[in-house]
Ligand binder design. Structure first.
Ligand SMILES: [Zn+2]
Length: 452
């Protein structure tokens, strides 16, 4: 006998072992206890979880956040006891995390939990500097999985459905997070490679003709798959690429999109659209999401744009007053769908704001103009602009046009020039290019390039 009585052995497999307990397909919300809880009750839960977060900052200590609190005159955990007190807490931005990791490599001084207790690591894409490192414990992953399950359940996804995605993998943590969350909900997820090359795109398109997803592909690279399916002569319906549409709520009201993510490093699945009201329902039991005026630290009035600022709750690795430097607006009117949380709108990253001839606009606004021209939008929108210095010079735009006829190309370029002037109020020079001129990307294409 070897002391088997005290050793830990594995119980039989059962519901709940590797995923959630099943629930009826016609259940209205994934987690009604949390998603439809009383507003006062939820606020009390937030306050309780916030106090625990602040306590840990002083106890561990988590020096990046502790020093910020002390600099604001908060020298004991008890001074921040409710969500209202957050207005006094200084903001933290991505550069703070980057600096912290550089000063105390590799983890920095903002972790609440020993990274060796985590089971997954991911880095940011590094589009704005050295990538930062995010780690998740099993508990942190569970928070994301449950949050993602709420989002997709709202949108009508149910266990037994086949989905597909092309998120990047390896050190970029987004792909495995999405795959894991789909599996958790009980979906059969076809993870195809990002279509960096036509050959990789072909692998995906051909596989979709064998196992066709119930929910068509929807992601940054959608246009690439349509383009390559066209080149191969594969009908879009054979690959399940028809009926592509944005999730419900996109573009509704006030000009923003539903606030669906606060970044992998903060809260990947912070909320999702219900389809009945503008914006996305925010999972407030796991985060305080605010639209903040960075000059005052106060929240801007409801419905107005402020800095998306998130304090995560009930995590092994939290973030306090994390300012994503993106535009966000909060809507608090009750929603007829029955969910009781606030809703959030997303207005883009400030880093993506472009300035030209004294006018500021988002790349997405320019894209919307380009998409009005079928020969530019089809089979995939491919364009580049030169990063503008904000001065009086023209905005330089290069677009691929799906025709070899130089006269037709010239007419398209002329119409686009007029449309940009009318819609954005910006003078542009538009250069038409043949298809397949610009570099392709499997995830997020580089649309803004530096001047030569
Ligand atoms: Zn709703």
């Amino acid at each position: 006998m070897t002391g088997a009585a005290s050793a830990v052995s594995t119980p039989p497999f059962a519901p709940g072992t590797l995923g959630p307990f099943p629930r009826p397909d016609d259940q209205f919300l994934w987690d009604p206890d949390k998603q439809a809880m009383g507003v006062e009750e939820r606020r009390e839960l937030q306050n309780e979880r916030l106090r625990a977060l602040i306590q840990r900052i002083f106890d561990e200590p988590v020096t990046l956040f502790r020093d910020k609190l002390v600099s604001a005159g908060v020298d004991a955990a008890g001074a921040i006891s409710t969500v209202d007190d957050l207005a006094d807490v200084p903001l933290t931005i991505k550069q703070d995390l980057r600096d912290s990791e550089a000063a105390a490599p590799p983890w920095g001084s903002y972790r609440f939990t020993d990274p060796r207790r985590a089971v997954r690591l991911g880095t940011s894409t590094g589009t704005t500097g050295q990538p930062t490192i995010t780690v998740w414990t099993r508990h942190d992953l569970w928070v994301e999985y449950e949050s993602g399950a709420r989002n997709w359940w709202r949108m009508g996804y149910r266990p037994g459905m086949i989905v597909t995605h092309a998120h990047p993998a390896y050190l970029y943590g987004g792909g495995v997070m999405l795959q894991g969350t789909y599996e958790y909900l009980g979906l059969l997820s076809l993870w195809v490679p990002p279509p960096d090359t036509d050959e990789l795109a072909e692998q995906a398109v051909r596989f979709w003709t064998r196992v066709t997803p119930d929910i068509p592909f929807m992601g940054f690279a959608t246009g690439r798959f349509l383009e390559v399916a066209g080149k191969l002569g594969i009908p879009l319906e054979d690959a399940g690429l028809t009926g592509l549409k944005a999730p419900p709520g996109f573009g509704l009201g006030r000009g923003g999109m539903p606030l669906m993510t606060a970044g992998a490093e903060c809260y990947a699945y912070v909320g999702g659209p219900c389809g009945q009201s503008p914006g996305a329902h925010i999972h407030e039991d796991w985060a305080v999401v605010q639209a903040v005026d960075p000059a005052t630290g106060r929240e801007v009035p409801d419905g107005e744009w402020g800095n998306l600022t998130v304090t995560t709750l009930d995590r092994d690795n939290g973030l306090l007053r994390y300012d994503l430097e993106e535009a966000c607006a909060i809507l608090r009117e009750p929603c007829p769908c029955g969910e009781t949380s606030i809703r959030g709108l997303w207005g883009g990253r400030f880093a993506d704001l472009l300035s030209c001839q004294g006018t500021r606009f988002q790349l997405s606004e320019l894209e919307a103009v380009l998409r009005t021209e079928p020969l530019v939008a089809q089979p995939s929108l491919e364009y580049q602009i030169t990063r503008h210095d904000g001065g009086p010079g023209p905005l330089e735009v290069r677009i691929e046009v799906a025709t070899d006829d130089p006269a037709a190309q010239g007419q398209v370029a002329e119409r686009v020039t007029v449309a940009i002037a009318e819609t954005l109020g910006v003078r542009a020079t538009v250069e038409p290019l043949a298809r397949d001129t610009l570099p392709r990307a499997g995830y997020k294409a580089k649309r803004v390039v530096s001047p030569d």
